[in-house]
Design a protein. Structure first.
Length: 195
């Protein structure tokens, strides 16, 4: 017997080989795929923090062409407002960077970002998502889902591809509607001006 074989047997000591016909070790119950109580609690907590109320659909999406700008204007929004948004006339008050992130994570980030922007009474935000060189590139798929998701928000009044200064087709300006509190405040200011 070679010296290496002897050392190996010494190192292995009281380890017993697997039974014939079985090529797996017996693991404790919690390691066999059944989550422990602590694991179940952590999963439930994570789901609560991610927001079960996330209504953004991750179903099939029509892909936007890799060279096509994106644009949307809700009914009642003047074309002049959209034109000003397209030209970068409303400076972004917050930015969300989604480059190279998984789609599922982007879905949650966008949901939280738009809701937070509305609650903090931001009017224009910028979402940086990237742009792929082919229609089926991950960045372009995200860009296509972004269009679908933004259309699902009541808070979104308009969105357009950004100017080259802010990322061009790889970023999108989003116009958020005023909160009820902000609209009430505007009405009060206008009434004071009128006397």
């Amino acid at each position: 017997m070679a010296q290496d074989d002897v050392n190996f047997e010494t190192l292995m000591g009281d380890v017993t080989p697997l039974m014939r016909g079985r090529n797996r070790a017996d693991l404790p119950r919690h390691r066999r795929g059944m989550p422990t109580e602590a694991q179940r609690a952590r999963r439930a907590s994570a789901q609560e923090s991610q927001g079960e109320d996330n209504f953004l659909s991750d179903d099939f999406v029509d892909l936007v062409g890799e060279h096509d700008p994106i644009e949307y204007r809700h009914d009642g929004i003047q074309t002049g407002v959209l034109e000003r948004l397209r030209q970068g006339g409303y400076p972004p008050e917050a930015r969300l960077h989604l480059l190279k992130r998984p789609l599922r994570e982007c879905r949650q980030e966008i949901f939280t970002f738009i809701r937070d922007a509305y609650q903090h009474e931001l009017r224009c935000v910028l979402i940086v998502h990237g742009r792929g060189k082919t229609i089926e590139s991950p960045a372009n798929i995200l860009r296509s889902y972004l269009v679908k998701w933004l259309l699902q928000f009541d808070e979104v009044q308009a969105f357009v591809s950004a100017t080259p200064m802010h990322g061009g087709l790889g970023a999108t300006y989003v116009m958020i509607r005023k909160s009820e509190r902000a609209r009430s405040h505007n009405r009060e200011r206008q009434q004071k001006r009128r006397g």
